[in-house]
Design a protein around this ligand. Structure first.
Ligand SMILES: *[C@@H]1O[C@H](CO)[C@@H](O)[C@H](O)[C@H]1NC(C)=O
Ligand SMILES: *[C@@H]1O[C@H](CO)[C@@H](O)[C@H](O)[C@H]1NC(C)=O
Ligand SMILES: *[C@@H]1O[C@H](CO)[C@@H](O)[C@H](O)[C@H]1NC(C)=O
Length: 154
């Protein structure tokens, strides 16, 4: 028993030494790669493969959304893309909101927040609503969809 314990102990000391040496050798490159603040500017994609290409200037967000899905065939237009207009806060993990108007007249809005995960990866956790155009008031009840999207920075 004692032998197993001591060899385990030596093993853990060994592993600790190796690990701490690797970490210190890579400290600068790790620091360069890790982000301490969300950067909304760039390309994001969600769980469906839709992409969000945006640029933030101050609190304004502009860009292009390309959707991988649509409510009815052709609703999002030939290229399934639309201009984005939005806003973003200025903290390290800011709240974000953006909207698009689709070619056939429906519109979508996303509302959420950017978070930095433990490994330094940035995610946008959002809720969205999609408003389709109803022919008249009687069709209003079923014209709004609600869902969730998780975007990862690519
Ligand atoms: C340390 O950095 C080197 C050079 O950038 C890289 O090849 C190596 O995989 C890194 N090791 C770890 C554990 O991240
Ligand atoms: C945010 O990311 C973009 C695109 O990768 C880059 O050009 C820009 O310098 C970054 N901004 C900051 C403040 O890091
Ligand atoms: C942005 O930062 C400035 C200065 O730190 C602060 O006064 C302002 O309230 C912030 N705005 C938002 C929307 O967080």
């Amino acid at each position: 028993h004692c032998e197993i314990m001591s060899s385990l102990m030596w093993y853990s000391v060994f592993v600790t030494l190796i690990t701490s040496r690797t970490v210190s050798a890579n400290e600068s490159s790790t620091l360069d790669m890790k982000v301490s603040s969300c950067n909304i500017t760039g390309v994001w994609s969600n769980e469906l493969g839709s992409t969000l290409r945006v640029k933030a200037e101050g609190s304004e967000v502009r860009g292009v959304y390309q959707t991988a899905v649509e409510s009815t065939r052709g609703a999002a237009g030939l290229h399934r893309t639309a201009q984005i207009i939005g806003v973003v806060g200025n903290g390290t993990q800011p709240a974000v909101s953006f909207s698009v108007l689709w070619e056939k007249g429906s519109c979508s809005a996303w509302l959420g927040q950017c978070f930095i995960l433990r490994d330094g990866e940035q995610v946008l956790k959002t809720f969205w609503m999609l408003r389709s155009v109803a022919d008249n008031l009687a069709g209003d009840w079923g014209s709004t969809r609600l869902g969730e999207d998780l975007f990862f920075k690519t």
